[in-house]
Design a protein around this ligand. Structure first.
Ligand SMILES: NC(=O)c1ccc[n+]([C@@H]2O[C@H](COP(=O)([O-])OP(=O)(O)OC[C@H]3O[C@@H](n4cnc5c(N)ncnc54)[C@H](OP(=O)(O)O)[C@@H]3O)[C@@H](O)[C@H]2O)c1
Length: 258
């Protein structure tokens, strides 16, 4: 099965840079009209310029951790394009710090943006997709949502939650609405420049955001529920359930090199 995305209307959160920008451009190349969501207007306009080489795009400025943003974005998409076929929940950030040093506000903010932001957008598009009897939702989680590593507690918790939510909804939303989840490993974006994210020496090479975008398009076209990028890192983490002791020893060794 290879579904065409031509003339689909797609909302992409966190489209002002990085993975979200790459996904928006990849979807536009497939013929999607896009709604680009983020807080930074200038950066969103830069994405819009890139996207409009291929298809129509509008920008919608807002913070995904506020439930009103999702409602406003969906209303704006309907006003401009009349439908919503695809939602990519990508907006998010990380904090790399020991739990003891993380404030409650930092942990709350991770959950509100990475997890609740995803919930708000799904809640907002669901009535539209139900009425259409069709739609696709892709949640950008992380390999950190499959396995806990040191100094990542709040971020890992937010992404474990996105994975659990996605898996439950996959069954609930069938057959009309498809929901998939992408788990990227380290990707070469500004993610690691955020305040509080100071991993200097990665044990693995970072991958381009365009690679995540390609896998997102494939997941939408072939309705693949789960994709790790790169796949081999997902396979290693999947071993955790069969060889948990070995997994923990491995993580202890690797974490010392960060
Ligand atoms: N890079 C990696 O290694 C990696 C690995 C696994 C998973 N991921 C996930 O991939 C997603 C994208 O990350 P990235 O690597 O592209 O990072 P990035 O370059 O820092 O981009 C993050 C995007 O999210 C938006 N964003 C963040 N908080 C937001 C909020 N409260 N409201 C609205 N938009 C918000 C930012 O836009 P504004 O600043 O304009 O609001 C930006 O467009 C995140 O969910 C991240 O957890 C990244």
């Amino acid at each position: 099965m290879n579904v065409s995305l031509k003339n689909n209307v797609a909302i992409v959160t966190g489209a002002s840079r990085g993975i979200g920008r790459a996904i928006a451009i990849a979807l536009a190349k497939e013929g999607c009209k896009t709604v680009l969501v983020g807080r930074n207007k200038r950066k969103l306009q830069e994405t819009q310029k890139g996207v409009e080489k291929y298809s129509d795009a509008i920008i919608s400025i807002g913070d995904v951790s506020n439930a009103h943003t999702a409602k406003e974005v969906v209303a704006g998409a309907l006003k401009k394009f009349g439908r919503v076929d695809t939602l990519v929940n990508n907006a998010g950030f990380g904090i790399y710090k020991d739990f003891e040093d993380c404030s409650l506000e930092e942990i709350e903010s991770l959950i509100k943006t990475n997890f609740l932001g995803t919930v708000y957008f799904i809640k907002a598009v669901l009535p539209v997709m139900k009425k259409q009897k069709s739609g696709s939702i892709i949640n950008i989680a992380s390999l950190a949502g499959m396995a806990g590593t040191p100094s990542h507690a709040g971020y890992a918790a937010s992404k474990f939650a996105v994975l659990g939510l996605s898996e439950s909804l996959y069954f609930e939303f069938k057959p009309d609405i498809f929901i998939g989840v992408i788990c990227p490993g380290p990707i070469d974006t500004e993610f690691f420049m955020n305040k509080g994210y100071e991993i200097r020496n990665f044990p693995v090479k970072k991958i381009s955001p365009e690679k995540v975008a390609v896998e997102t398009v494939i997941s939408l076209k072939r309705k693949r529920f789960f994709v790790a990028v790169p796949k081999w890192q997902g396979h290693i983490l999947a071993l955790k359930s069969v060889l948990p002791g070995m997994y923990r020893k491995g993580i202890e060794k690797v974490a010392k090199r960060f």
